[in-house]
Ligand binder design. Structure first.
Ligand code: LER
Ligand code: MN
Length: 262
């Protein structure tokens, strides 16, 4: 599989061995050296990004950028597509608009993970459908990917089935699915079947083991993941989104090799 890894650009995320303090260039150089094909930049606010520099560095280190992670805008600023407060909702939608512009330049998908908020009631579901329809209309060439999350992070869309049902109601051809093995291990009845169901909609994959450690250090069956992805002809990236465990120094390289063999 093509491999990528999350690189935080502005704010720290626990699911990456990189720190923004080390500088984007140093982090991209390390990702490239470890053998990754791409990087998934975690961008809280695209306004703070120098797009020319990012493009230049990606080229220099021969890296693609398959996806933009947006969840920090929720974690740090509370921006949610389903907030009860309309002003907050509008700011979240506006923020995704900025991510979409950046994604267009970099040929990336925009991840709709935690930025959709945590509550899973009917009102939140309705608000998410409305918000996704608006976000999808900003640029129909840019894909948005809805990521089923586990119940301890959000009650809104925990499974592929739920994601497919919601996408069906958005009725936009540029909304697909991100499958995260860590969340799926908690929520899905069968990893294999859930990947099969996502066929035709699956645009991005996050990889972490059952304990969110580097793949190979938990009890998730990655042979099953790999087989299921191959069966549906998945050609996209598998992006490492794990805690830097058991050891931050070795996991970078080990995970790149592990993902390549999937
Ligand atoms: C985002 O991709 C994700 O998987 C979340 O669990 C991050 O909190
Ligand atoms: Mn994820």
């Amino acid at each position: 599989m093509k491999s990528s890894i999350i690189v935080p650009v502005q704010d720290l995320t626990s699911f990456s061995p990189f720190s923004p303090e080390d500088g984007l260039e140093a982090n991209l150089a390390r990702a490239s050296e470890a053998g990754y094909d791409g990087v998934e930049l975690a961008i809280t606010d695209p306004d703070c990004i120098d797009i020319v520099e990012v493009k230049h560095l990606l080229k220099r280190y021969k890296l693609s950028m398959p996806a933009i992670t947006t969840g920090q805008a929720y974690v740090l600023e509370g921006l949610s597509l389903t907030a009860s407060n309309e002003k907050v909702r509008r700011r979240a939608i506006q923020r995704i608009k900025e991510h979409v512009k950046l994604a267009r330049e970099l040929n990336a998908v925009v991840i709709i993970g935690l930025i959709r908020g945590e509550r899973g009631d009917e009102e939140a579901r309705k608000l998410l459908i409305e918000a996704l329809a608006i976000c999808a209309s900003f640029d129909d060439e840019v894909k948005l990917v809805l990521e089923p999350l586990n119940r301890y992070e959000s009650s809104l869309i925990n499974t592929v089935d739920e994601a497919l049902a919601l996408i069906g109601q958005v009725k936009a051809r540029n909304v697909g699915i991100l499958f995260d093995t860590f969340h799926a291990n908690i929520e899905e009845v069968s990893i294999e079947k859930s990947i099969k169901k996502a066929n035709g909609h699956l645009l991005h994959v996050h990889i972490a083991d059952s304990n969110r450690w580097t793949p190979g250090y938990g009890h998730l069956n990655f042979k099953e993941v790999s087989r299921a992805l191959s069966r549906i002809g998945y050609q996209g990236f598998c992006s490492l989104e794990s805690l830097p465990k058991p050891a931050p120094e070795s996991c970078l390289q080990e995970a790149a090799e592990y993902i390549k063999k999937l």
